[in-house]
Ligand binder design. Structure first.
Ligand SMILES: [Zn+2]
Length: 205
């Protein structure tokens, strides 16, 4: 076996992936058409993911996330990213997802989380890949918004959702802001993690 083939078949664990950041470009187009959501101009769908920095990426991340609206959408985007992972022999993934961005676009939490979990369960049956979820706190938002998101998550426990984490842009958004949100998550037995020292100081680690 050649080296690329060996590496593809090597069993893997995937510990850093974002559901909304791994929606396939064609799927963003399909779902945006389905729900009448405007996209930036493009010739090929892949151009939607052509961005110069994290801030431009985050704009597209939110647009892609807003295109995911009903149970079937959430199931589809979840299944597709796990299908892609399984094609690279990922056997287990812990995947961030952004409940708040869906709540902001008027999707109720149960629709979102149960659609995602359906995708996880279908992928496990069909492809043998296991996945668990980390609900992310957008650290560019306020302490109150982070706490409110964790309150929604803890009021709707699901066995597949095992933790919370901090993401979005780190610089200028210190983790201390979310002490209360992390405490609540811990009180409910959830694991806690954070993106650290991507563009923030090493003290964040
Ligand atoms: Zn990340």
């Amino acid at each position: 076996m050649d080296m690329p083939g060996f590496l593809r078949e090597l069993p893997k664990v995937s510990l850093h992936c974002h559901l909304e950041g791994s929606i396939q470009a064609q799927t963003v187009v399909d779902l945006s058409n389905k729900h009448g959501i405007a996209l930036p101009d493009f010739d090929e769908p892949e151009e939607l993911y052509d961005y110069p920095d994290i801030y431009e990426f985050l704009k597209m991340y939110d647009i892609a996330a807003h295109s995911v609206r009903d149970h079937d959408d959430f199931r589809r985007v979840t299944y597709e990213t796990l299908q892609e992972a399984a094609s690279h022999s990922v056997r287990y993934r812990e995947m961030f997802w952004s409940p708040k961005v869906h709540l902001d676009s008027g999707v109720d939490y149960q629709t979102a989380v149960d659609g995602v979990i359906q995708g996880i369960r279908d992928a496990e049956v069909d492809l043998g890949i296991e996945c668990r979820l980390i609900a992310d706190i957008n650290r560019m938002e306020t302490a109150e918004e982070g706490l409110a998101m964790v309150e929604v998550v803890t009021a709707n426990p699901r066995p597949e959702l095992i933790g919370v984490g901090l993401d979005y842009a780190e610089a200028g958004n210190p983790p201390e802001r979310f002490t209360e949100a992390f405490k609540l998550a811990g009180d409910h037995g959830l694991h806690r993690t954070a993106h650290c020292a991507e563009d923030g100081p090493a003290v964040n680690i």
